[in-house]
Design a protein around this ligand. Structure first.
Ligand SMILES: C[S@@+](CC[C@H](N)C(=O)[O-])C[C@H]1O[C@@H](n2cnc3c(N)ncnc32)[C@H](O)[C@@H]1O
Length: 237
């Protein structure tokens, strides 16, 4: 059977899984991630979990197609409710909203206690997820950007442990490190700068008093992002 190919988005998650990991894929859908890891011998077994029967059936079908059914367990469950502490040390939660990812982690405090490696790929609400991780004792060790078509995706590599406070702009863009290999970062910052500029412009026209506070906060984020970009570009020279 030919090896399964992953898109750049899923590849950026798969490449972070350590050899020999006890791996769980939460919201597995088609199970491409565990199948890719099993085929390459990165892992020996995997838990493939999904909230819905349809996606879990797709996961089973992929495993069957690649002759890997015996190496996988399929669990119909909400988040990590079907995974017992100790069953997984590396957990991927990819392709879901940031708030859903935070809810899943909030309902499974053992993940923090057991210092699991978390590979999180939020499709939305990234600032909220960074903030949630910060206030719940998690550290974002690294962020990886990947691109598919015109869309940029972010993968957070996370473990338990205190993280130095993120500035408002860092909550939006993640922390940048001098010398890190991140060719898509300038594009990522440019997009966030454009997004916050549009939001600031929209709020400036609003007459609702509650938007005043949001406007001030967003202006702060926008200015911080401009500074992050300046710093990032100065490091590239
Ligand atoms: C867009 S798919 C992502 C599939 C795959 N992880 C990826 O990144 O390509 C999202 C999957 O997450 C599942 N899902 C959504 N909320 C969930 C939850 N609370 N617990 C488990 N699975 C969930 C959905 O049923 C769906 O199959």
């Amino acid at each position: 059977m030919r090896p399964i190919q992953l898109s750049p988005r899923l590849c950026s998650v798969a490449e972070q899984v350590p050899k020999g990991a006890n791996f769980a894929d939460i919201g597995t859908d088609h199970a491409y991630l565990p199948v890719w890891l099993l085929q390459r011998g990165v892992i020996d077994r995997a838990l493939a979990c999904d909230l819905r029967q349809g996606p879990l059936n797709r996961a089973r079908a992929t495993a069957e197609k690649y002759g890997l059914t015996e190496a996988m367990e399929f669990r119909l469950c909400d988040g990590l409710t079907g995974v017992r502490p100790g069953e997984a040390d590396t957990i991927a939660i990819a392709g879901m909203g940031g708030e859903t990812i935070a809810d899943i982690l909030a309902a499974a405090p053992w993940v923090w206690r057991e210092n699991c490696l978390l590979l999180l790929q939020p499709m939305s609400a990234q600032p909220e997820l960074r903030q949630w991780l910060q206030t719940h004792g998690y550290t974002i060790a690294r962020e990886l950007l990947s691109q598919e078509g015109d869309t940029l995706y972010t993968t957070f590599v996370v473990q338990a442990g205190p993280m130095a406070a993120l500035s408002p702009a860092e909550q939006w863009a993640g922390r940048q490190v001098r010398g890190e290999d991140a060719p898509l970062r300038t594009d990522y910052l440019n997009r966030l700068i454009a997004q916050t500029a549009r939001a600031v412009e929209g709020l400036t026209r609003s007459t609702r008093p509650e938007d005043r506070v949001r406007l001030d906060a967003l202006r702060q984020v926008h200015c911080g992002l401009l500074e992050l970009r300046e710093e990032w570009l100065s490091w590239q020279r």
